[in-house]
Design a protein around this ligand. Structure first.
Ligand code: MG
Length: 377
């Protein structure tokens, strides 16, 4: 029996990698839903012939190849009824509603959408637990943790995530002050979308991954260490101080393929690790002075989801402005702290509407701080 897939964010980096795995193992998978927010879906629709094809940017919906009146089917649990695995490769908070719908339908959600966990991790877990759904992490670090822990969650003491350090790893504080988004888009180890590339350069990405790990693995004992080679993806320290690590060449094919083929593994085309050729692996502390976004996210990880939601909204707006060259590198953490200061409520959310309303309010606040009183478009 083929596994039936929904691929959300089909033309992004996660979706493209998932589709290349499907091409390699056509006898194992069938694509039932293809969706994206930008870019052209026509070629992929012709190739994979999904039952549903949805392009949010074009406001186009095709069912069985026929164009229908557009509606956002991805937030409707019923659409996932025949799906085995929903792959959530949507960037940003936009990935939350489809992820929650997949969980409500009791499906396996393979997700790389860390913003959802940051803004609404407790809500995600409560819906998952009540429907009996399963979450498989696609993020390389979280897939690594998941593999390290295996069925020994009861023995876990500490999670250690690794950080490549991002494009600006070796810059001084003064150089970072003047660093432009365009420079960050040449990331050394991983090929990713623009938003996550900037999040990697500020280390907000690593801070968000700490919050994501808290919700995925049910522990607050999580650290991160800089490891520029991106060969060790994460480590699990057990109660006896034994450490289990997951290593591979840095290639997103591996975590995505494992999520699709689990509990089996298949040949991946990714090169085998050659430790003697690599020679050495380096680890160091993350510099919170140069990368304040990491410190902010760590502090937020000790709070309820409303803090994460506000931080995420402020970050999304600030990163967009940084990409547009409207603000500087250190304006990003300044705007996030400023916005966090304006929203002091510390609570978890009961439904999606509450998350969306706080997300909107925080985004508007940050936007006004940048552009001086204009409304969010
Ligand atoms: Mg990651």
């Amino acid at each position: 029996m083929k596994k039936r897939l929904a691929i959300l964010g089909a033309t992004g980096s996660i979706g493209s990698t998932a589709l290349s795995i499907v091409r390699r193992y056509r006898d194992l998978f069938e694509v039932v839903i293809l969706a994206n927010d930008s870019g052209n879906l026509d070629a992929l629709t012709a190739e994979f012939k999904p039952k549903y094809a949805l392009s949010a940017a074009k406001k186009a919906l095709y069912v069985d190849g026929l164009r229908c009146e557009y509606r956002d089917i991805l937030s409707d649990s019923d659409v996932y009824a025949d799906i085995d695995i929903v792959i959530n490769g949507i960037a940003g908070i936009a990935g939350l509603a489809p992820g929650l719908a997949a969980l409500k339908a009791g499906k396996t959600l393979a997700t790389a959408n860390k913003e959802s966990f940051v803004a609404a991790g407790a809500l995600i877990n409560s819906i998952k637990d009540s429907s009996g759904a399963q979450i498989i992490p696609l993020d390389s670090e979280h897939s690594a943790v998941w593999q390290c822990i295996g069925n020994e969650k009861h023995n876990l003491k500490t999670i250690v995530l690794t950080a490549s350090g991002g494009a600006f790893r070796d810059l001084t504080y003064h150089q970072l002050k003047n660093a432009k988004a365009a420079d960050a888009l040449m990331h050394p180890n991983w090929k990713m979308g623009k938003k996550v590339t900037i999040d990697c350069a500020t280390l907000m990405n690593k801070g968000m991954e700490i919050i994501e790990a808290k919700h995925l693995f049910g522990t607050c004992d999580i650290r991160a260490v800089q490891h520029k080679e991106s060969i060790v993806h994460a480590l699990a320290v057990m109660k006896d101080n034994s450490v289990i690590a997951a290593l591979s060449m840095p290639d997103m094919t591996l975590p995505i393929q494992l999520a699709l083929t689990y509990p089996m593994r298949q040949e991946s085309g990714v090169a085998e690790l050659d430790l003697a050729t690599l020679g050495s692996l380096n680890f160091s502390e993350i510099d919170e002075h140069r990368f304040p976004c990491f410190r902010i996210a760590k502090e937020v990880s000790r709070h309820c989801d409303s803090f994460g939601c506000v931080m995420n909204s402020a970050n999304e707006v600030a990163v967009k402005a940084y990409l547009d060259d409207k603000i500087g590198f250190y304006d990003i953490p300044r705007l996030i702290e400023d916005t966090l200061g304006a929203f002091s409520e510390d609570t978890d959310f009961e439904d999606l509407r509450q998350v969306q309303s706080m997300d909107k309010a925080a985004a508007e606040y940050t936007f006004k701080r940048i552009y001086g009183g204009l409304d969010v478009i």
